[in-house]
Design a protein around this ligand. Structure first.
Ligand code: HMG
Ligand code: MG
Length: 305
């Protein structure tokens, strides 16, 4: 049978490894600071150009990442790797700058109820909180990323209109965000929706400034990646092993697993600069610490005896 090769895909993709932040923020057991540092160092060795290492948020909100400053101080910074962190307000920004991050990510959402639950303010209020953060980032020469959560659905409000995503995107771009990461926070997106949301955003920002952040709760993340690639998206967030999810939220799962994403990308002939086996080794290390197997399908296949 003649095969039809997929055309129009990017030749290179940047994979932003968010496991140390998005994964470990959900961890119920305690992962020690030393183990976090070791995990990040293993990821650095795997060849990522961008690693989201931690969050400078309120330790009351996310006690799991209360050691953000110690983690940033302890990692071996590899030249060519951008180490970033989440920052919700000026207090977080002061801590992040003192820790020497190279990028900060502010985070809001496309649905009011989620934003209220997550950062205790409205969407408009979050943008006001980010204004001085963005100014400080520009002054310090620190890159600014803007997350839009619940871009495909909200756990409280259900469906989210693409126009709502676009409105928040405009606000973050106006603040000076260098890159927007579009989040499927609860992993409900299907490929048709991905097309519609990306099409709502491309009039606002060059496609090179858009990243997709899929959680794989319902198994649609890789299908969503493929259509995003076909539309020219070249930045994807993922977590080693598919780390993440909350034992208190039945059915919740983590980000798309980095190993599964890399297997797809490399199989499509897309270059990432990342050593897939080295990511498996980072996941293997963390699995030992956590005492449970990663969710990644590739990991399961690669480590089967
Ligand atoms: P608040 O309670 O409204 O804030 O929380 P506050 O200013 O009243 O402060 C409360 C206390 O926290 C005070 O301490 C502050 O000093 C302290 P107290 O006086 O009571 O002792 N505080 C801080 N301490 C250290 N660093 C800080 C900081 N800020 C305040 N930066 C706030 C508002 C935004 C701070 C809080 O709700 C918060 O930190 N939320 C973070 C929530 C979070 O991290 N969620 C997960 C990340 S988002 C995500 O996962 C989605 C994403 O992956 C994309 C996707 O999948 O969609 C990005
Ligand atoms: Mg996330």
């Amino acid at each position: 049978m003649p095969s039809t090769p997929l055309t129009g895909l990017p030749s290179h993709v940047t994979v932003v490894e968010v496991g140390p932040r998005d994964g470990l923020q959900n961890e119920q057991g305690v992962v020690s600071t030393a183990d976090k540092i070791r995990f990040i160092d293993l990821l650095s060795a795997a060849g990522f150009s961008a690693i989201e290492a931690t969050s400078f948020v309120s330790p009351k909100a996310i006690p799991q990442l209360a050691d953000a400053s110690e983690v940033m101080a302890g990692i071996a910074r590899k030249p060519g790797v951008r180490y970033s962190a989440l920052v919700p307000n000026v207090k977080g920004m002061e801590r992040a700058l003192a820790a020497g991050v190279q990028e900060v990510a502010v985070f809001t959402g496309a649905s009011e109820t989620f934003v209220q639950h997550n950062i205790n303010t409205s969407i408009a209020g979050s943008i006001e909180n980010f204004r001085p953060v963005a100014r400080m980032a520009k002054e310090a020469g620190v890159r600014l990323r803007g997350y839009i959560s619940t871009a495909f659905g909200c756990p409280y409000e259900g469906a989210v209109a693409p126009e709502a995503v676009a409105r928040v995107a405009e606000m973050l771009l106006e603040l000076g965000a260098d890159e927007l990461s579009i989040g499927d926070t609860i992993g409900v997106a299907t490929p048709d929706q991905v097309v519609v949301v990306i099409q709502a955003l491309t009039p606002l920002a060059p496609i090179q400034r858009l990243a997709m952040h899929f959680h794989d709760t319902r198994g649609t993340a890789l299908a969503n990646v493929l259509v995003a690639l076909q539309l020219g998206i070249g930045i994807f967030d993922s977590s080693a092993g598919g780390l993440g999810g909350c034992p208190y939220a039945p059915g919740a799962s983590g980000n798309l697993a980095t190993e599964d994403l890399l297997y797809l990308l490399h199989g499509l002939g897309i270059e990432t600069g990342i050593d897939l086996n080295a990511v498996v080794e980072a996941s293997r290390f963390l699995a030992g610490v956590r005492g449970s197997a990663p969710a990644s399908r590739y990991y399961a296949a690669a480590t089967a005896v």
